[in-house]
Ligand binder design. Structure first.
Ligand code: 5GP
Length: 191
């Protein structure tokens, strides 16, 4: 969507050809007007799909997911990233590989915040390898619920995330699709 590609073109910076820095508006300083626009766009796209709950991963997914949940009038549940396994039976956990930090963490959610029979809209700031969404999907299935849609603020189309998510049958909608990045600039896939 234009509002997002324009903002990335103006304020995003390519750290290298793989990692885009968006810390002035998305994950360090956060532009809440922009997040509101993200929430409206996701709510508009996924309306009529019977969504009952919005979920995301801490911390960078929270701002766009919160505005989406608010716009849709739905609860928001945030997956935690834990460094160790919790064995007391009160949580769902699965191992996920972090793209930017190159570490593994336990994607974790309390069972009481993920009942069965829910239709989940999963929101995240970036789509790179698809690890977070695939891990979330494993847990959501284990809980007896389903992912009814995946909303991504910035997708990098030169990485395999979308292909992996579509192979699992997910409906993926991105606000901006980055085709390539370099010191010379950022190129987008036109809608
Ligand atoms: P994936 O789940 O697709 O493997 O990786 C997505 C997660 O990695 C996002 O939640 C985000 O935190 C982080 N990430 C992936 N690519 C980038 C990037 O280019 N820039 C930033 N800032 N974070 C990224």
């Amino acid at each position: 969507m234009r509002f997002m590609t324009e903002r990335i073109a103006r304020d995003g910076r390519a750290l290298d050809e793989q990692v885009l820095l968006v810390d002035s508006f998305l994950n360090h300083q956060i532009d809440m007007e922009l997040m509101k626009q993200c929430g409206s766009a996701f709510a508009q796209h996924f309306k009529g799909k019977g969504i009952t709950r919005v979920m995301t991963v801490e911390s960078s997914g929270i701002a766009p997911a919160a505005m989406t949940a608010l716009e849709m009038g739905l609860p928001l549940v945030v997956f935690k990233k834990k460094t160790s396994r919790i064995t007391n039976g009160t949580v769902y956990q699965t191992v996920v590989q972090s793209f930017t930090k190159n570490v593994r963490y336990e994607l974790t959610v309390a069972k009481r915040f993920l009942p069965e029979g829910e239709k989940i809209l999963f929101i995240d700031d970036f789509l790179a390898m698809g690890e977070a969404a695939i891990g979330a999907g494993r847990i959501i299935r284990e809980a007896g619920s389903e992912i009814a849609g995946i909303g991504i603020v910035i997708e990098k189309t030169f990485q395999p995330g979308r292909k992996r998510l579509e192979a699992e049958g997910y409906d993926v909608f991105s606000l901006a699709r980055v085709q390539s990045m370099s010191a010379d600039g950022i190129a987008f896939v036109e809608p």
